[in-house]
Design a protein around this ligand. Structure first.
Ligand code: DP6
Length: 367
């Protein structure tokens, strides 16, 4: 297993008996997609995302030092925690958290010394089909880093945020892009200074004003449980006939975005973003076993966006996650027109006419 020894603390200078922290962390929407990974959540290709603002997870972490440090919990592990979702115990989330703790224990030696109460909720509807793993894992990672900072107050801000992103990554890859900054790159890319496979970094170069208030309206096409999880989908990129070419293409697209971000060329932006979305789904359709996550209404929406864009020349485009929902992306200056278009022509394709309005945001916040 790969260990980044820089993030393994040698000793803590303080002791903390009990307390609590509260962090919110947002979801994010990838422009260049992460799809395929190596061992220990190392991405097969780099990705870049806009951080969202309104769709987020709010997590309170209460902690209390245990008297005996090694008591096994009901799953036979040494971690001791209760999990509340929207104020009620949620047993079915616990195995995922337990696995997360196992993965990060080497980086946070204090984990076994405390009993935790993790109290979490999302600002978006539970069954909206929006994955909460990015915002959820990021919010938990921020809280754990606050505790580590209390144990070691001399840590720098850089260390705090890099390690928070590294921990979040070990919970869910895309979560490492939900920590800090409006535009976040994860994965090593020669032309992007500081980029790393280990954690997300704030995009370090010039970003044109047009992107600074970008809007993301999320059309909820299908709120049902996905037939194929992201984790399984990532796995199918091993031995995938187009994998190598796809990974190379992600690097190329990320390079293209460097000049697009700088000069605000929305026509080129749209080409990269829509191609990335369709390529992601093309990878799903050409893996073995193959699968399709888009629904008929996903395609109806895509076609309607193309028609509207052609007719009005308004720079609006779509991207997709690993699901049927459509993220409609556009600059703030055309917001009124696009929202009217959504109400007039796209709402009918959404389940229960539901959609969520979001926009680019800054990352996790301590409350
Ligand atoms: C399509 O981060 O959910 O949204 O690392 O297995 O938890 P795990 O996968 P996850 O995959 C997200 C894939 C994606 C593209 C992206 O966000 O880059």
């Amino acid at each position: 297993m790969f260990l980044d020894t820089d993030f393994i603390p040698s000793k803590y200078t303080q002791t903390v008996e009990n307390g609590n922290f509260l962090w919110t962390a947002p979801s994010n929407i990838a422009l260049v997609k992460y799809w395929g990974k190596k061992e220990n959540q190392i991405p097969a290709n780099p990705s870049v995302s806009f951080t969202l603002n309104n769709c987020k997870t709010i997590t309170k972490l209460a902690f209390e030092k245990k008297n005996i440090s090694t008591q096994l919990n009901e799953t036979g592990s040494e971690f001791s925690f209760d999990l509340l979702f929207e104020g009620k115990p949620k047993e079915d989330f616990k195995p995922k958290i337990n696995k997360f703790f196992e993965r990060i224990a080497v980086y946070l030696p204090f984990l076994k010394d405390y009993h935790f109460t993790i109290d979490t909720e999302n600002t978006f509807p539970h069954s909206s089909g929006i994955a909460s793993s990015a915002s959820g894992m990021a919010a938990l990672a921020m809280n754990l880093m606050s505790l580590e900072k209390a144990l070691n107050p001399s840590m720098t801000d850089d260390y705090f945020y890099q390690k928070a992103s590294l921990l979040a990554r070990l919970g869910s890859g895309s979560a490492c892009r939900s920590v800090k900054g409006q535009v976040v790159v994860w994965g090593s890319q020669a032309n992007i200074k500081g980029s790393s496979d280990l954690y997300g970094v704030e995009y370090p170069y010039v970003i044109h004003d047009t992107f600074k208030d970008f809007q993301d309206t999320i059309l909820l096409v299908d709120k049902g449980e996905k037939q194929v999880s992201s984790t399984l989908g990532h796995d199918l990129m091993h031995d995938h006939p187009y994998a190598e070419r796809r990974f190379a293409q992600a690097h190329e697209n990320l390079d293209k975005l460097i000049s697009i971000f700088e000069n605000g060329d929305l026509e080129e932006f749209i080409k990269v973003v829509e191609s990335e979305a369709l390529t992601l789904h093309a990878m799903m359709m050409t893996s073995m076993p193959y699968f399709i996550l888009m629904k008929p209404n996903t395609l109806q929406i895509i076609n309607a966006i193309w028609k509207f864009r052609e007719a009005t020349k308004i720079p609006v485009c779509f991207t997709l996650d690993a699901g049927a929902n459509v993220h409609v992306l556009y600059p703030n200056v055309v917001k009124e027109n696009v929202l009217q278009f959504i109400k007039d022509e796209l709402v009918g394709y959404c389940q229960n006419a539901q959609y969520l309005c979001d926009q680019i945001g800054n990352g996790a916040i301590q409350v």
